[in-house]
Design a binder for this molecule. Sequence first.
Ligand SMILES: Nc1nc2c(c(=O)[nH]1)N[C@H]1C(S)=C(S)[C@@H](COP(=O)(O)OP(=O)(O)OC[C@H]3O[C@@H](n4cnc5c(=O)[nH]c(N)nc54)[C@H](O)[C@@H]3O)O[C@H]1N2
Ligand SMILES: Nc1nc2c(c(=O)[nH]1)N[C@H]1C(S)=C(S)[C@@H](COP(=O)(O)OP(=O)(O)OC[C@H]3O[C@@H](n4cnc5c(=O)[nH]c(N)nc54)[C@H](O)[C@@H]3O)O[C@H]1N2
Ligand SMILES: [Mo]
Length: 744
Amino acid sequence: MCEATCGLTLTIDDGRVTGARGDRDDVFSKGFVCPKGAAFGAVDSDPDRLRTPLVRVDGELREATWAEAFDAVAAGIRTVVERHGPHAVGLVLGNPNVHTVAGALYPPVLVAGLGTRSLFTASTVDQMPKHVSSGLLFGDANAIPVPDLDRTDHLLLIGANPLESNGSLCTAPDFPGRLKALKARGGTLTVIDPRRTRTARLADRHLAVRPGTDALLLAAMAHTLLDEGLADLGERAPHIQGLDELTAALRDFTPEAVSGACDVDAETLRTLARELAAAPTAAVYGRIGSCTVPHGTLASWLVDVLNILTGNLDRPGGALFPQAATDKTPRPAGPGRGFALGRWHSRVSRHPEAKGELPLSALAEEIDTPTDEGEPVRALIAVAANPVLSAPDGDRLDRALGSLDFMVSVDPYLNETSRHADVVLPPPPPAQSPHHDFAFNTLAVRNQVRYTRPAVPLEPGRMAETEILARLVLAATGMHGADPEAVDAMVIDQTLAKAVREPRSPVHGRDPKDLASLLTGENGPERRLDMMLRLGPYGDGFGADPDGLTLDRLLAHPHGIDLGPLRPRLPQPLKTRSGKVELLPDPIAADLPRLRAALDDRPAGLVLVGRRHLRSNNSWMHNVPALTGGSNRCTLHLHPEDAERLGVRDGQPVRIKGAGGEVTAPAEVTDGVRPGVVSLPHGWGHDRPGTRTRHAAADPGANVNQLLDGSLLDPLSGNAVLNGVPVEVAPLAAAVTKTFGALT
Ligand SMILES: Nc1nc2c(c(=O)[nH]1)N[C@H]1C(S)=C(S)[C@@H](COP(=O)(O)OP(=O)(O)OC[C@H]3O[C@@H](n4cnc5c(=O)[nH]c(N)nc54)[C@H](O)[C@@H]3O)O[C@H]1N2
Ligand SMILES: Nc1nc2c(c(=O)[nH]1)N[C@H]1C(S)=C(S)[C@@H](COP(=O)(O)OP(=O)(O)OC[C@H]3O[C@@H](n4cnc5c(=O)[nH]c(N)nc54)[C@H](O)[C@@H]3O)O[C@H]1N2
Ligand SMILES: [Mo]
């Protein structure tokens, strides 16, 4: 449910989870739990979760058997592939795929098997800028340095609010406790955020920057380090190239030049840079507020440039590359293939692909806009995704989804997106699912590994999500009806065949069939996990290191195995063509003139930012009564000065207008936002017909993404601009207030 990956101890009565608390013996989370984890039982047993597949018959979704559902999927997808080719099948992958075993193991097989280029994921409304900056700097889009929270002396947080979000791209159970420990050991915490968040209130210094200007601010900090002779690459210098080119490229971004745009005085920017350089160790970390902005890739790049210039990349206390137990066998250091962008483009607006993906913002137009070139998306497979609420201009996407020839959703809820599906395949709740953090262990502040089998058996009539996705792969790729374990067997065969050919692999030269026969596990996904562990950096290498990791060993440690603190790894993770960290990659250099042009930007009116509340998660936890109410409400935060100027009173409904449309929400007047900035959370707007989330519908809130028209993107990554967007705010006229009274 959450990137912090806290271990839970569940109380189970008669196959039902009746309680959840932090697992005190968990090697990583050591008993920490937040309100979301404590509400696990309520999330798990939500009565609105679907129990059986739904299939559309005569326009209506009806309960069906699994066999009927997969027959319909095979017919629906194959018809479109055969008539219009593979790219006419779109795939939308949402956030919970990084939280489930199924979401890690099967979507890559589905993408490859379909051969479609119409891949859209939540990454392009989130962290794609970080993937692109890592791809360009290090040659690997997934090589993301993580701040060494437990050992750093100085932490600079930009556009992140871990006290509410529990952290992201930095997996750290009890993030708040780790920040308090930093302060207790005499360290410094600086927070850059246009809102005075709970995290900002903990900081030694909080800078309320103007939204969307972090790349300028960070460029001025880098400029200061270079200008004042404070840059020191330290021991990693031999692995880094391009310092002179970087210095020249940043010449114009002086503190004085950026000060007006950022609304931060030049001396403060210099102080930030000097403090960063003076700290014995320091880490710069940026998240949503630095990614979902017009210069998201540049800001993400500059975060690591600052880590590099201060000698903090890849050193304890700085920002390091984790090494997860299921990472591939580390390849020898040396030049790699590099990272390519724009190998193909979207059909309508010609957006370049990034990491094989097209912008989620472009999904609606890829469905509803014909062009001479190529086929529109006519069939859609949505796995754990609710783009009608999470992506820009949900109304347009809503209409576009309604026009598809065929759509299937793998989702536990009938919600704003899945209501358009012709087939809904509901996964079982989390207590009936296995758990392993394939994705988050590669981003964790400590190397460790944990695996949990389903806590309670599958209810009758349920199908494991791993099996659902394996069957979906088969149905969508023309192998409908084959044994789902064949999907796992195929992946195992291919992976082992490759491993035995690699000279550095511990299994070099062995027989892949023999190796496959050594795998343990109760089912295909477990055998795949066993294989990944055994081939991985801590693995037993199928006997090469008898003390190494295997699934059996992991099962014998139900609270996990600690693999130690983050360790320096350079140059091994680098896959750039030069084999070095490339400080000023060409696509970055080519984007700098756009940043230079932003030096003169001053917004004329209000700009919008988002926010997260501790007891929520994007769009899908508003149906759990234990997690709603209190401060977790869809209100518009507005500074008292702006409220007074606009004539808005606290609690009064206001109309908010953006390029994509307008929404209504109650105003919450607070000096927690800086003047000129308003804040509305995302994931709300549960008032569409045909959904089955009764609690959420009773307090639907407004969909902030309706204010966006989908045209604002970070050009390098295709990431949506969700923060720093111009909006107009006005009190609802008295007459209208009456009609909309219920909303408040
Ligand atoms: N304005 C604005 N918009 C934003 C953001 C923002 O900050 N501001 N944040 C963005 C970010 S960071 C993200 S990650 C995206 C998220 O965007 P999405 O991934 O589209 O949104 P979620 O609400 O996470 O929806 C996930 C879907 O998965 C379903 N689900 C839950 N558990 C499971 C499961 O175990 N299996 C399956 N198959 N499905 C499951 C839920 O019912 C829901 O339909 O939203 C983005 N949108
Ligand atoms: N409770 C809860 N936890 C969550 C989620 C959730 O929905 N609810 N979602 C999960 C997901 S999918 C993700 S990706 C993570 C996100 O994790 P975070 O990035 O920590 O989440 P946010 O709370 O959105 O924090 C972003 C901060 O950026 C600020 N900001 C906005 N614009 C700018 C800007 O231009 N510059 C700067 N410097 N700051 C800006 C906002 O005011 C906000 O405080 O959280 C995860 N955890
Ligand atoms: Mo996210």
